[in-house]
Design a protein around this ligand. Structure first.
Ligand SMILES: *[C@@H]1O[C@H](CO)[C@@H](O)[C@H](O)[C@H]1NC(C)=O
Ligand SMILES: *[C@@H]1O[C@H](CO)[C@@H](O)[C@H](O)[C@H]1NC(C)=O
Ligand SMILES: *[C@@H]1O[C@H](CO)[C@@H](O)[C@H](O)[C@H]1NC(C)=O
Ligand SMILES: *[C@@H]1O[C@H](CO)[C@@H](O)[C@H](O)[C@H]1NC(C)=O
Length: 369
């Protein structure tokens, strides 16, 4: 099923013409399902899990899983593919974008001030095409339990989507891309790096935003966000989600995790909070299990993370973002790590996000992508 639409904006000179197509994509995957030992009965259980995970000794004395089982399942992934409206300006290069926790695919193309925050528009204006999708359990993709959605199945789905795109499926009139770049934000970066670890030739370029290999285990993320069961927080919106879906307690916990003063517009923090998406507790926990060290990746690799990223740099990326990333990507054709000045974890919503976008496309362009 597809719906094509042509968007031509005249209101903003910087918003490029783009041709977008929505797809509902069937995928069948095999994955190792890590089973959470104690599903939440209430927010008391959520708080208890968060404090157990954040314990200094969690690695040795806390085990959230009761076991793991190989599983095969079929889902539908909802995606959008956008290409430059003026096909003559297209590079034929596709960016496959995976969003992080707390967002849906609109992270890449928010409706608030697209000229300042839309990565899709920025990339389109430079001739790239962008394929962006709702991860399993989010937005219009298949709804599954928050105890089931986890890194293993999200990685398998991403691999599946990359294979389809490389064969010219779901790329509109572009057909087979000249090159494929995986780009992610946060958890979306973790699954992109994991896909390039198990399958080093999956893409020609790998861009990891809101990510580092030199952080804490992410427990600080949950302590700062103070998640609550989404269905209890907003039954009107989220009654259909089981207790495995959680979401930040309020606007300020969201700012604490995703923004850094003074590098944001308060209206943008409100927009992000009003459009936030619950995430699966198992996604938050399972990231630590998958191998994200893509040591055999030989394409072009980049890490770009807000200088003050709480989750991946414990609030300061300077001087740590390139270690041990540079040695992990020692086989990459080119590698750059950037601690992006001023920004917090939600890089695309930082005041000067377009400068970060420019660092990304400049680096890709300088390396043949
Ligand atoms: C691409 O689509 C064709 C036609 O539907 C299908 O036969 C092929 O398996 C798809 N490619 C992948 C990698 O799924
Ligand atoms: C982004 O803005 C912040 C403050 O809002 C500033 O500190 C930082 O230098 C800016 N980044 C760049 C790359 O100009
Ligand atoms: C990288 O490639 C080498 C040689 O083929 C192989 O032994 C190793 O297991 C690979 N590493 C990963 C992380 O897959
Ligand atoms: C993180 O960065 C610091 C500072 O460069 C470095 O000393 C440390 O070894 C890095 N951690 C890892 C795991 O490489």
């Amino acid at each position: 099923m597809l719906i094509a639409y042509l968007l031509i904006s005249s209101s903003l000179a910087t918003t490029p013409a783009k041709t977008c197509i929505d797809y509902e994509i069937p995928v069948t995957i095999e994955f190792l399902n890590y089973i959470i030992a104690k599903p939440f009965q209430s927010n008391y259980d959520v708080v208890d899990l968060v404090s157990n995970l954040a314990s200094r000794t969690a690695a040795t004395d806390f085990q959230p899983y009761s076991g793991a089982a190989l599983q095969t399942a079929s889902y539908t992934i909802s995606a959008t593919f956008c290409a430059p409206g003026d096909t003559a300006s297209s590079t034929g290069i596709v960016l496959l974008a995976s969003h992080g926790l707390n967002f849906d695919r609109s992270y890449w193309d928010p409706s608030i001030s697209p000229a300042s925050y839309s990565f899709v528009d920025f990339a389109i204006a430079r001739g790239y095409s962008v394929f962006y999708y709702d991860r399993l359990g989010v937005g219009k993709s298949s709804l599954v339990s928050g105890y089931l959605a986890q890194a293993s199945n999200q990685v398998a789905i991403l691999q599946n989507l990359a294979h389809e795109i490389k064969e010219g499926n779901y790329t509109g009139e572009l057909g087979i891309p000249k090159s494929l770049i995986l780009i992610g934000h946060s958890f979306g970066s973790s699954i992109s790096a994991a896909a390039a670890t198990v399958e080093p030739d999956i893409c020609d370029g790998l861009v990891l935003t809101g990510f580092s290999y030199n952080g804490t285990n992410g427990a600080g993320f949950l302590e700062a966000l103070q998640p609550r069961i989404a269905a209890t927080q907003s039954p009107g919106k989220w009654h259909q989600l089981d207790t495995g879906y959680i979401t930040g307690v309020d606007l300020f916990s969201s700012i604490n995790v995703f923004f850094k003063a003074p590098d944001y517009n308060p209206a943008v923090t409100k927009y992000a909070n009003e459009n936030k998406q619950p995430f699966a507790i198992n996604e938050a926990i399972s990231t630590a299990i998958v191998d994200t060290q893509a040591k055999n990746f030989t394409g072009v690799a980049m890490i770009i993370t807000g200088q003050y990223d709480l989750i991946f740099c414990t609030g300061q990326c300077d001087a740590v973002i390139e270690h041990p990333a540079a040695s992990i990507f020692s086989k990459a054709k080119a590698f750059e790590a950037i601690s992006f000045p001023g920004a917090g974890h939600g890089l695309n919503f930082a005041s000067n996000a377009t400068l970060a976008f420019k660092r990304i496309t400049d680096f890709l362009g300088a390396n043949g992508l």
